[in-house]
Every structure is written in C-alpha cells, then in structure tokens.
Design a binder for this molecule. Structure first.
Ligand code: CTP
Ligand code: MG
Length: 238
C-alpha cells in the first residue's frame, strides 16, 4: 500500500492557554510538532507526510522544513475536520491509504503506528487505536431542577464496552475522501460535533477496527497534560 500520513497541527490550543498554536508549545526542548513528526518518521509507515498548519504560520512550516524538506505543508481550516479535508485535497496522486495523526500526541510509540498500518495491510478500510476506559462514564442531560445543579445523569453505559480512542487513525483513502465530501454538507453544529475521522466513516456503515493504543499516546489538551508529557519524556517509560 502507498500510504500518506497527515499530521493535523492547525488548532489554536485554547485549552492549553499559551496564547500560541498548541503545536508550537515546548515539550523538552522542542515544539510538540517536532516530537510528533519524529515519531511519524521513525515509524516508517508511509511514503509521504503532509502537515496541516495554522494559516500564515511560518514557525511551524519552518519546523517541518527543518525535520525533512520533503514534508508537504498546507493551511488549516476552522475545524479539525476542515483541516483534514485541506490535506486530503493536496495529496499527490497514487496514494491508497492515509493515516491521520494529531500533532497534539507527541509521544505516540512506533508500535501504535505499526498496529494501525498492519490492519490496513490486512484489508481494513478503517482502523483506530484505542484503550479501555478506566473511569465510569455517565451520559448527562439537563437537570430536572437547575436550581440544584445544571445537569443530572441520563444513564450509565457499561464500562467494558467503552474505549477511549487515539490517533493515528488509518483509512482507505477513497473511503475517507468520500466521507469527508459528504460532511461538507453539514451545518455548523454538525460540523463542530465531528471530533475524529472515524465518526464520518462509521456513520456510512464502514467497519472501523480497533487496535491497541498506548498510555504514552496521550493528547496534550490542558497544562496538566503537558506536565505529564514532560515527566514521561524524562522518565524511563518513554
Ligand atoms: N486541529 C487542526 N485544525 C483545527 C483544529 C484542530 O489541525 N481547526 C488539530 C490540532 O492541531 C490537534 C488536533 O487537531 O493536533 C486535535 O485538536 P485539539 O486537541 O482540539 O487541539 P486544538 O484545537 O488546538 O485545542 P483547543 O480545542 O483547546 O483549542
Ligand atoms: Mg480543538
């Protein structure tokens, strides 16, 4: 299979709160994007890498060029899904499959990339890394009496059935492209509710296979996550 790896790095990092795009945030001595790209390249799972950067961001483009001048860069969109769509639009001809990875996951181990790639080689049209959930998860709804609390429990899904999903998410390229084209018809609320690529193909009846993710593949969202990543980077585990 000819595989392209898309790394989405065009988010603004509101929740991290550093006043700069999250992919620029420093972990160890380097920006998150540099860690993520080194992981992608070390795993050797694709023929090319395409990085989606914030529109007009010269700093992250320079990070890409410094790591490998062959890396393709493209401007991001207003949602993650738009950013993925922009990358799908510029991939060169002849690719069969794509891995979509978050720059916000700087420590994803090579094995996770390999598990995803192996499932594509085995014929999966869609495959995502996942971990069992450790917390009990509740479905919430508006409270009957908002004077007590804003929300109340609707129901409790069985924890054994739940998985927390990660990236890289792997897809047959035509399958992902078709799903993204259909999503361009969505209204703003529907578009905002797309939090991963697998959702788009699931809703079209495609089997999405699950492979084992990694605790090291945490997504940096808040300042606490960055502290955990710093510890993982220094500790023996990473
Ligand atoms: N992303 C993107 N384009 C967007 C939004 C997100 O490429 N318009 C990317 C981010 O750069 C990140 C990944 O999608 O690598 C996951 O998004 P998230 O963790 O939500 O990152 P941000 O959107 O940057 O963070 P926040 O939501 O706190 O602003
Ligand atoms: Mg976001």
């Amino acid at each position: 299979l000819r595989v392209a790896v898309i790394v989405v790095a065009a988010g603004s990092g509101e929740r991290l709160g550093q006043g700069q795009p999250k992919a620029q945030a420093t972990l160890g001595a380097e920006p998150l994007l540099a860690h993520a790209l080194r992981g992608v390249l070390a795993a050797r799972v694709g023929q090319l890498v395409c990085v989606v950067v914030p529109r007009g961001d010269t700093e992250l483009r320079a990070v890409c060029a410094g790591i490998d001048p062959e890396i393709i860069t493209v401007d991001g969109g207003s949602t993650r899904s738009d950013s993925v769509g922009n990358a799908l639009a510029v991939l060169p001809e002849g690719m069969d499959a794509v891995l979509v990875h978050d720059a916000a996951r700087p420590l994803t181990p090579e094995e996770v990339f390999h598990r995803v790639r192996n499932a594509l080689d085995a014929g999966a049209k869609a495959v995502i890394p996942a971990l069992a959930v450790v917390d009990t998860i509740k479905r919430a709804q508006p409270a009957a009496d908002p004077g007590i609390a804003p929300e109340q429990v609707h129901s409790t899904p069985q924890r054994e059935e739940l998985r927390a999903v990660q990236t890289p998410q792997g897809f047959d390229l035509a399958t992902l492209r078709t799903a993204h084209e259909a999503a361009t018809m969505f209204d703003d609320a529907q578009a905002a509710a797309i939090t991963d690529d697998a959702m788009l193909v699931e809703s079209r009846g495609v089997s999405v296979f699950l492979v084992r993710g990694s605790e090291l593949s945490l997504k940096i969202t808040t300042p606490t996550d960055l502290l955990i990543a710093e510890a993982l980077l220094e500790g023996p585990a990473a």
